[in-house]
Design a protein around this ligand. Structure first.
Ligand SMILES: [Zn+2]
Length: 112
C-alpha cells in the first residue's frame, strides 16, 4: 500500500520592502515569498510543482507575482526542503535498485 499526500506552503525569504499598496492604500511593507505545491509518498519522498514567487503586502496580502528566474538568481538555494526537491528521484532510484538486486538474486542458483 502506497500512501500519497499533497500540500501547499508559503515560505517568506529575503527582506521586506516598502511599497505603495493599491488595495489598502499607503506605504506598506511587502514580503517576498515563495508559494509552492507539493506531493509526497509516505511523507518522505516528495516533488514540487506550481512554484510561484510573490511580493505580498503584510497588511492585506495583496501583491504581485514576481519573475521566477530573477528571484531564483537572488537565492543561494531554494527555501524548499531537500526531501521535497529530490525525494521522488530518490524514491525511484531506490525502487530500481531493489528491482535490480531482486533480479540479480533470482538468477543465482543457491547451494543446497
Ligand atoms: Zn495592502
Amino acid at each position: 500500500m502506497i500512501f500519497f499526500g499533497q500540500g501547499e506552503r508559503v515560505v517568506p525569504y529575503g527582506t521586506p520592502e516598502k511599497h505603495e499598496c493599491p488595495k489598502c492604500g499607503g506605504e506598506r511593507m511587502f514580503q517576498p515569498r515563495l508559494r509552492y505545491k507539493f506531493g509526497h509518498v509516505y511523507a518522505l519522498f516528495g516533488w514540487v510543482y506550481n512554484k510561484r514567487y510573490e511580493l505580498a503586502c503584510l497588511e492585506c496580502e495583496h501583491g504581485w507575482v514576481l519573475d521566477k528566474n530573477t528571484e531564483e538568481a537572488k537565492l543561494d538555494q531554494l527555501p524548499i526542503p531537500k526531501h521535497l526537491q529530490y525525494g521522488l528521484m530518490t524514491f525511484l532510484l531506490a525502487m530500481v535498485s531493489i528491482a535490480i538486486i531482486g533480479a540479480g538474486y533470482g538468477s543465482f542458483d543457491l547451494l543446497p
